[in-house]
Design a protein around this ligand. Structure first.
Ligand code: DX5
Ligand code: ZN
Length: 229
């Protein structure tokens, strides 16, 4: 991988919602590649978060792509609403979706980028038949539902497996990771082949501020580039 190819996707789950517009603007100025929006319904994951109105508000304050991570039981019901609000891409879970292929086709028919997400306990092998249908794969490196969790180290071999699958079958497909990504874990996942890093607490909960936190994270992520993969 060439230097600079790693993309950062700040997750606003850990942002200060009273200053959301400012914090996203700061992330944009600091070189964020996309904004990651975690949507939770209290069923698919044991937590509630935000819905389409947040996307609509952010659409007015940033030019960055708005990436919508749907941790909800029936994603199909909400796609139109999020597209109208301004979502540029959707991340849909493999788990619990009996009609995943149809969901992916629907997102594409709406003219948006689509990715499939796999939870920590889900093997990489389930991606085999759907890799051709997606623009990105998201490997969860924590169990979804909350920010500030610890990275699960056994996800590293899975990231390597998914990287091999992508290189062999769908070059150009993004490999994104989400959960517990910080200056310590970023080099590990990049070394494994991830090229998009979602980070919430490591960007929005650092005392030093969003721009400085992003700079530190980017430096850490790129550190691996000079060593062997
Ligand atoms: C977890 C969410 C993540 C979360 C990551 O379910 O999907 O996007 O915001 O937060 P950190 O980076 O704090 O682990
Ligand atoms: Zn997420």
């Amino acid at each position: 991988m060439d230097q600079g190819i790693v993309k950062l996707a700040p997750s606003i789950l850990s942002a200060d919602f009273a200053r959301l517009g400012q914090q996203v603007a700061e992330a944009e100025r600091a070189g964020a590649d996309r904004i990651h929006i975690d949507v939770m319904d209290g069923h698919f994951v044991p937590n509630l978060s935000m819905g389409a109105p947040i996307v609509e508000s952010l659409r007015r304050v940033t030019h960055l792509p708005l990436e919508t991570h749907l941790m909800i039981s029936d994603p199909d019901l909400f796609l139109d609403e999020f597209v109208q609000a301004g979502s540029d891409s959707f991340l849909v879970h493999w788990e619990g979706n009996n009609n995943l292929h149809r969901t992916l086709q629907r997102v594409k028919a709406l003219g948006r980028r689509v990715g499939v997400v796999i939870n920590p306990a889900t093997p990489a092998a389930v991606l085999e038949e759907i890799l051709q249908e997606v623009d990105q794969v998201l490997v969860m490196t924590v169990n979804p539902g909350f920010g500030h969790q610890h990275f699960i180290p056994t996800m590293l071999p899975k990231i390597r497996r998914v990287r091999r699958m992508i290189d062999e079958n769908k070059p150009g497909c993004d490999l994104e990771v989400d959960g517990g990504i910080d200056v310590a874990t970023a080099p590990l996942v990049v070394n494994g082949g991830a090229n998009v890093l979602v980070a919430g607490s490591a960007i929005f909960s650092e005392k030093e501020g969003v721009a400085a936190a992003m700079k530190r994270l980017r430096t850490a992520a790129n550190r691996v580039m000079t060593s062997s993969r």
